[in-house]
Design a protein around this ligand. Structure first.
Ligand code: GLN
Length: 540
């Protein structure tokens, strides 16, 4: 049976449970163990798919098409283990399954309760789809003391009781603040948080203390004493200068060693920290910067484009440049202020998006990138906007648009049954939005002699999708005759996956989301190439 490591957090949120879990995952994998990381989210949404990025940051998409919490992105980027649908669960999903079963009479008239029905369902999730893994790291969202996370904590307590201490380990992450006024590190919040956890029957085995500065041994002893945790299991994590330092820092603090010791296991080989040291060095010592404009609806929200920000950074690491992201809200862009707003920009990126707001600003910006020959990358919605721009301004289809945004248009973008050969507006189409997204991995075939094929060095690729609308393939000939090439297509040759301009140094649109597959230790070729082109554009 796999060993289960449960990661909880206390004192405050945003302490870096995701990053700690991901780093531990890397350290264990790198020592020859098979690892899975999963996340339990206490909110009532069934999945984060319908949650606004304003509220909850980016929606991450897995190979098998699950719309998940963005922490799964951290896990994948650090461990390079592809997450699955079965790696993320929410309270909403659990309740929805239970209520469905109850309505069908599945509980045979019993009273359905949080204990045992909800907790049993959580325990099922913890073990589901696990085969020969050595470790399953389960992160519990939220903070100890929240009403919402109680059933999850109760479930992991039961799990440990049922499966034995040698199969489960509790890690609790807390904050150890530094009080300037008294020039002291304070352990009390940690003591209280652990007390809270113990009051529901969970004794942490390891406490990870997030702190601005190193914790003196006396304070560590205090934490050990009051929290009933062995001193060597009081692990400090000091704020790192770049997240890529985290695996190195946890290794230096012997987190992996203590985990293996707990389970009476021996390392199978030395963990490889060289690549992390190398990229940490590159990130910290790179001076040259490249200005990349990212134009979207949620640009001012830190986590709304998390994977994208990361993928650009990876592309920067590959090209030894720092990315200076210039975030521009699309509805602030007008054709008369574009030149000013994009003055110092070396590359322009338009990410995925939904809905009409800000689209005219995006289209005006694409026109600018196309005409001024500025490297341009359009992702999903960004590609769709590039197709509309070209149709309007080059093909002179003045009312070209997407049926997502407007019905009275010529559908260059639409649901497949809305595409039209003659440009007539389709009326009365049944548009059921629920469950109609193209989600997860799909294959695309790349055209010979295309820029994209040179970038991927392959003629067949697999990328993750999350969209409902498609580029109207009936217009392919017209587009290609005028220089916009459909250089990647679905294997049945019906759905355009990639577009590129043949008279532009670097202008590419992709219907998928390459950012989900970029890794710090293995940057995605599309981002590396985009940054390379931008760097040689106006790099400073
Ligand atoms: N809104 C567009 C669609 O559904 C694009 C989605 C996206 O960018 N992820 O097709």
């Amino acid at each position: 049976m796999a060993r289960y490591i449960f990661v909880t957090g206390g004192v405050v949120s945003s302490l870096g449970k995701g990053l700690s879990s991901a780093s531990l995952g890397y350290l264990l994998k790198s020592q020859g163990f098979k690892v899975r990381i999963r996340k339990m989210d206490p909110y009532l949404n069934v999945d984060p798919g319908t949650m606004s990025p304003f509220q909850h940051g980016e929606v991450f998409v897995t190979d098998d098409g699950a719309e998940t919490d963005l922490d799964l992105g951290h896990y994948e980027r650090f461990t390079d283990i592809s997450s699955k649908q079965s790696d993320n669960i929410t309270t909403g999903r659990i309740y929805s399954d239970i209520i469905k079963k109850e309505r069908k009479g599945g509980y045979l008239g019993k009273t359905v309760q949080v204990i045992p029905h909800v907790t049993d369902r959580i325990k099922e999730f913890i073990k589901k789809d696990i085969t020969n893994e050595d470790f399953v790291i389960c992160e519990i969202g939220g903070t100890v003391g929240d009403i919402e996370s109680l059933p999850f904590l109760e479930a992991i307590r039961q799990f440990s009781n049922e499966n034995g201490k040698l199969k489960s380990l509790f890690i609790h992450l807390t904050l150890v603040p530094f009080m300037k006024s008294s020039d002291e590190i304070k352990t009390k919040p940690t003591q209280h948080s652990v007390k809270e956890l113990r009051s529901i029957g969970i004794q942490p085995d390891i406490v990870i203390c997030r702190s601005e500065q190193s914790i003196p041994i006396d304070q560590k002893r205090k934490i050990s004493l009051f929290c009933n945790v062995q001193i060597e299991n009081v692990i400090e994590t000091i704020d790192v200068k770049t997240i890529y330092e985290a695996p190195i820092s946890f290794f230096n603090q012997k987190l992996d060693k203590q985990v293996l010791k707990y389970f009476n296991l021996r390392s199978r080989r030395k963990p490889n920290l060289k690549p992390w040291k190398k990229i940490t060095n590159t990130v910290l010592n790179t001076r040259k910067t490249v200005n990349i404009a990212i134009i979207g609806k949620y640009v001012n929200l830190k986590d709304a484009y998390k994977s994208l920000d990361e993928a650009l950074t990876h592309g920067g690491i590959q090209n030894k440049v720092k990315i200076n992201l210039i975030r521009i809200e699309s509805d602030k862009l007008k054709s008369n202020n574009i030149r000013k707003k994009l003055k110092n920009v070396s590359g322009i990126l338009i990410p995925g998006g939904f809905g009409k707001r800000g689209t005219e600003g995006k289209i005006a910006c694409i026109k600018y990138a196309r005409e001024k020959k500025i490297p341009f990358l359009g992702i999903c919605f960004g590609m769709q906007m590039a197709v509309i721009e070209f149709a309007r301004n080059v093909l002179k289809i003045k009312n070209a648009g997407s049926t997502e945004l407007d019905k009275r248009i010529y559908p260059v973008i639409g649901l497949i049954n809305e595409w039209s050969k003659d440009g007539l507006i389709i009326k009365g189409t049944d548009r059921n939005l629920g469950g109609t997204m193209r989600l997860g991995i799909y294959e695309a075939l790349l055209k010979n002699n295309s820029a994209i094929k040179k970038i991927y060095k392959s003629s067949k690729i697999k990328e993750r999708h999350r969209h409902r609308y498609e580029v109207n393939n009936n217009l392919r000939e017209k587009f290609e005759k005028n220089g916009l090439i459909f250089s990647g297509m679905s294997p049945d040759n019906k759905l355009p996956e990639i577009i590129e301009l043949n008279s532009h140094p670097w202008f590419i649109g992709v219907q998928f989301h390459p950012e989900f597959k970029s890794r710090p230790l293995d940057p995605h070729p599309l981002f590396s190439s985009f940054i390379k082109a931008s760097k040689s554009n106006y790099a400073k």
